[in-house]
Ligand binder design. Structure first.
Ligand code: ADP
Ligand code: ADP
Length: 230
């Protein structure tokens, strides 16, 4: 039951940079796939093509049975199904934590305000921030802000969550609290695609690890075969 399928995708940026070369991947429902590789190898570009933050030059992408770029495929519907968490948290500073989480579902879903608010409180409790719902992002630590960003992405009830180096901007003591939230999401069966340098997380949580280099997918294997068994 594949939820994300990319077939022979290539990405050439307008400046000529060939960031993805013939990348074919399939991600099953409920799988946690971790992408590793040197800086500039195309990891972030790959992730961004999955919700069409980047267009592809050739190949095809299917998410949840819907083919991107097909006539009649609504990009907004497709994006609502894909949550994304970035390296920098990108929260709205003038909105409270709870308002940040409520914003997208209020805009695009038919759910009532009360329903969206209750859901936001539930999600913020789930990421350990029940006490912080009414304060502003600038009053939070980096790790707390990133947990708000995760709750905000979850508020759209996505089928897939994408994480682009979610702990890279954090002070070391805050990395664990964000990885713990990601681990619990994985345990609940969320489909996740994670670009990270956290090899412990990859080894412990990933069902599969993809290794990229110079735009190519060189390895697609279970963590045991990549990191060895301990
Ligand atoms: P990674 O995430 O593995 O560090 P990226 O996907 O960010 O790699 O980048 C892959 C390659 O594409 C790099 O050579 C990078 O410089 C280039 N690149 C990324 N974004 C752009 C862009 N917007 N325009 C041109 N080149 C880009
Ligand atoms: P990351 O590896 O996390 O994507 P980068 O530093 O490679 O971070 O890229 C930061 C931003 O700059 C991204 O939006 C990327 O698309 C853009 N970028 C990266 N390389 C280039 C490039 N050669 N030309 C134009 N934009 C680029």
């Amino acid at each position: 039951d594949d939820i994300v399928v990319t077939k022979n995708i290539d990405k050439i940026y307008p400046n000529g940079c060939h960031a993805l070369k013939n990348v074919t991947t399939n991600i099953k429902r409920g799988e946690v796939v971790v992408i590793i590789g040197p800086s500039g190898s195309g990891k972030s570009t790959y992730l961004r093509t999955l919700n069409q933050l980047e267009t592809i030059t050739s190949g095809s992408i299917m998410v949840d049975g819907v083919t991107m770029y097909d006539e009649g495929t609504n990009i907004n519907t497709l994006r609502e199904n894909i949550g994304m968490v970035f390296q920098s948290f990108n929260l709205f500073p003038h909105l409270s934590v709870k308002e940040n989480v409520m914003l997208a579902p209020l805009k695009v879903s038919n759910r009532s305000k009360v329903e969206v608010e209750e859901e936001a409180e539930t999600l913020l409790t789930r990421v350990g921030l029940a006490e912080k719902i009414n304060i502003y992002p600038t009053q939070l630590s980096g790790g707390q802000q990133q947990r708000v960003a995760i709750a905000r992405a979850l508020a759209m009830k996505p089928d897939v969550m994408l994480f682009d180096e979610p702990t890279s901007a954090l002070d070391p003591e805050m990395v664990g609290e964000v990885l713990d939230v990601m681990k619990s999401l994985a345990a609940e069966g969320m489909t996740m695609v994670v670009v990270t340098h956290e090899m412990g997380f990859a080894n412990e949580v990933a069902d599969r690890v993809l290794f990229m280099e110079e735009g190519e997918l060189l390895v697609d294997d279970i963590p045991e075969n990549i990191f060895g068994t301990v």
